[in-house]
Design a protein around this ligand. Sequence first.
Ligand code: ADP
Ligand code: MN
Length: 517
Amino acid sequence: MDSVGVAAAAPPDAGAGPAWQSKCPWGTPNTTSISCSLADVMSEQLAKELQLEEENAAFPEVVAVAEGPFITGENIDTSSDLMLAQMLQMEFDREYDAQLRREEKKINGDSKVSISFENYRKVHPYDSDSSEDEVDWQDTRHDPYRADKPTTTPRRGFIGKGKDITTKHDEVVCGRKNTARMENFAPEFQVGDGIGMDLKLSNQVFNALKQHAYSEERRSARLHEKKEHSTAEKAVDPKTRLLLYKMVNGGMLETITGCISTGKESVVFHAYGGKSATEDKVIPPECAIKVFKTTLNEFKNRDKYIKDDYRFKDRFSKLNPRKIIRMWAEKEMHNLTRMQNAGIPCPQVVILKKHVLVMSFIGKDQIPAPKLKDVTLSSEDMKKAYYQTLNMMQQLYKECNLVHADLSEYNMLWHDGKVWLIDVSQSVEPTHPHGLEFLFRDCRNVAQFFQKGGVAEALNERKLFNAVSGLNITADNEVDFQAEIEALEKMNEDHVQNHGKKLSTFSSDGDPPIYDE
Ligand code: ADP
Ligand code: MN
């Protein structure tokens, strides 16, 4: 048995740092201790030496590229350069198109037959969608250790008959195969055209390269993460900036004027609306852009809202954190649309792009409407606001089948003499495993606010809960009330366990629950 095969199959030692940080990417793998015959050692070393000689002569620049950005890249912000380049390109494309349009006009003049340069345009009205094709690096990165598909060597490990037998350890075949396998390295890892040059990589050299590719990949992933985290804290990360820039460049937004709010989970900007790409859609004169932060840690504690939301259940398990954040934005969009359809005063959705939600701006001339907590209302207005809020909570529950789940004077704006509801990314359906608890919390916030605000008619939290949900929980103290709420939720969960589906609503007065058939 040829022991070179053992070297190729041996799992590379992921922690063998120092050996691979030497100047040459495939370094001097002198730490490998594989027992094999003297002849094998000789041929391996010889092969390696020849290989290095050959490669140093053939691709000095490849070596430089493979080393350069990774080792010296710590303080070079290449992604910003990339963004700058992309922005310049867009600027250029736009000018180019304007020029095309002018020429088109000149040529066509008043002629009845006209020609179009449409196909030569660089920026297309719907081109802003192209960013949808960009896939996160998490999705595309290759696992260099993933088992290769068998190509030339069959399962039994040899081809041919009798004396002409070629085993999978045959040096030439194996070398070529190793060269081909470099294609499996991460995309950013420059491997050059080894196949074209009929390069034959020995197992040891290949393993060294594989090791290097793998550790560099992890290293660049770490750098990538670091950058994302640091910039997301301040304003938005480069990818988001590009996304926003595209919206302005595409004409959908006129200008982004500034930041209205920086919260833990989102940053909100004000923008003046531009022109829509489609006739039927009107972009509001003023827009609010809610950018969901890509800083992952803030979202961890919100998992339970979405994980237990059956609308997202199937998708949740398959997603990476970045996608989950996009789902928050998506959720806010869907919830706002439901509310809009029910006629509840709330921002109108303009567009959703990844984790960026554009909606109508509640306020005027760049000044956002004040939150209920910040505005001083006359007692008359306060009373009006209370009844309106009660009404909206009922509509939200009955017509939209939603519980706000973060309702308070912080997420209600006072504008045009009425209350507007915002911030509904965490809203859930009442049959969510904790839906009724969330509703009770909302009711407590609302009741306390209006009672403190001097509205004598304001119901206490328990009465408000019953008024909104239509349930008839009779407990006269908070502890028992909450126990009953939890019992109802549990009943619903048991029903899911037994019947594989949820109740569509909770019953209102002790009748058997209504099932969604
Ligand atoms: P967060 O999750 O950060 O609380 P919100 O949706 O509540 O996100 O937005 C934060 C703040 O941004 C709000 O308190 C409000 O002042 C402002 N804001 C959000 N959306 C709008 C909008 N459509 N119009 C005006 N102001 C808005
Ligand atoms: Mn909020």
